[in-house]
Write a protein that binds this ligand. Structure first.
Ligand code: HEM
Length: 399
């Protein structure tokens, strides 16, 4: 006999728990799924990762925003026109010109730029005592690299970064008190990107944005709003995620002297392993949400259509069925799956993975090379609970 969702243990994460992974372990040992008080299902096992792509769930579209009372306006339009919260044909149309032009080769070619930028930012701060790592380094790398890819003039960087800081929340749960501020910045951000696109149409260059404009012109199937929204979406999807990940990977490395010593002795050989392990061990994305559109079962639990189901990657990546000694941080680990779960799967798998990896790997390697005696200062950074876990304060001293 199948279980129902009501039989699953209740999950409530209120932000006061010190060790969120211990909480997930406790729940996972009771049952393969959990339910929140409002009936959302969390699938907790590594074997559940395929629920993201199986023909029983779909991407959530504008529902989450509507539940917050956001039914029109710039935030709503951003969600309604983007690729991330779309399904089927709309998703394919919107993603195709991006995946064709924002290609692995282009992203990997950003490695030397990421390395040079990290070297510049770190060198300026060596021996200066504690610095705000989150804002002075981790937020700068993704924002400045995407600005470079888009050909944004250096003089515009401060306002560009401010828009990112103001609007990144549009992707997730909105603090409604901030809605007006987010929307005001989003309107300005949209206008700025619109201008970049117009400029490339008039004067094409040898760059990503010109290729993208060309790809959308050939396809001729996207509206102006859709063309612009994919670019704003790229900028925002790569910001908080990369920033938080970089912080957590470095914090875990620095607080394990043996692993940091090994890493700084050979950063080029170990940077891939360090990033893989950091992304597994303390991920900034805790779950990948979907909605059931057909009845199906997860390990004997019946899931009716209409149920929101999140694959809790944070739990799946500590599943002892998939990783040996999952609670051990080990940059030498050899049991990472070929496709890292933190970047999702199937049609929506992250288009920025290669870029994010290049940025994180090159920044960590630059720190190890230029400032091998770097230390974490003060408290270990905390990640706030939520689907995208925002990083709190983190100070380091480069030396
Ligand atoms: C460590 C950094 C990153 C992580 C952990 C991450 C994670 C993810 C995940 C899990 C998804 C799939 C979401 C879903 O299926 O619902 C996704 C999609 C996406 N990511 Fe990333 N991402 C990162 C960095 C980036 C970067 C740097 C960019 C671009 C510059 C980017 C752009 C996107 C876009 C546009 C999508 C939507 C793809 C689609 O819906 O087809 N991401 N990302």
């Amino acid at each position: 006999m199948a279980f129902t969702i009501a039989d699953a243990p209740e999950f409530e994460l209120d932000g006061t728990r010190e060790d969120v992974h211990a909480y997930f372990r406790e729940i996972r040992e009771k049952a393969p799924i959990a339910r929140t008080r409002i009936g959302h299902v969390l699938a907790l096992r590594h074997r559940h990762l395929d629920l993201i792509t199986r023909d029983v769930t779909r991407q959530i579209e504008t529902e989450t925003k509507m539940m917050q009372g956001i039914t029109s306006g710039p935030i709503y339009d951003f969600i309604a026109n983007g690729m991330l919260f779309a399904n089927g044909d709309a998703h394919l149309r919107r993603r195709a010109p991006v995946s064709r032009t924002f290609a692995f080769k282009l992203m990997d070619a950003m490695r030397p730029k990421a390395a040079a930028l990290a070297a510049e930012l770190v060198s300026e701060r060596i021996g200066r005592g504690p610095i705000d790592f989150v804002n002075e380094i981790a937020a700068q790398i993704p924002a400045r690299i995407i600005a470079d890819i888009l050909g944004i003039p250096r003089a515009d960087l401060p306002v560009f970064m401010q828009w990112i800081a103001d609007t990144a929340e549009a992707l997730g749960f909105i603090d409604l008190e901030r809605r007006a501020k987010i929307e005001k910045s989003l309107v300005n951000f949209n206008a700025y990107v619109e201008n970049l696109l117009m400029e490339r149409r008039a004067h094409p260059r040898e760059d990503f944005l010109s290729d993208y404009v060309r790809a959308t012109a050939t396809d001729g199937v996207l509206t102006e709003d859709e063309i612009r929204t994919q670019i704003v979406g790229l900028i925002l999807a790569g910001s908080d995620t990369t920033r938080g990940s970089l912080c957590m990977i470095l914090a875990h490395l620095l607080t394990r002297p043996d692993q940091w010593a090994a890493f700084r002795a050979n950063p080029d050989a170990l940077k891939r392993g360090a990033v893989d392990e950091g992304l597994r061990y303390d991920p900034v994305i805790s779950g990948i949400p979907r909605i059931a559109f057909k009845p199906f079962e997860i390990d004997g639990y019946a899931i009716p259509p209409g149920t929101p189901v999140s694959v809790a990657v944070i739990s799946a990546m500590r599943d002892p069925e998939a990783y040996s000694e999952p609670d051990r941080f080990d940059i030498f680990r050899t049991d990472h799956p070929k496709w890292h779960p933190i970047f999702g799967g199937g049609a929506h798998r992250c288009v920025g993975e290669a870029l994010a990896r290049a940025e994180m790997e090159e920044t960590l390697a630059a720190i190890a090379r230029l400032a091998p005696a770097t230390a974490l200062v003060g408290a270990f950074p905390r990640l706030a609970p939520g689907p995208i876990r925002q990083v709190g304060r983190m100070e380091v001293a480069f030396a």
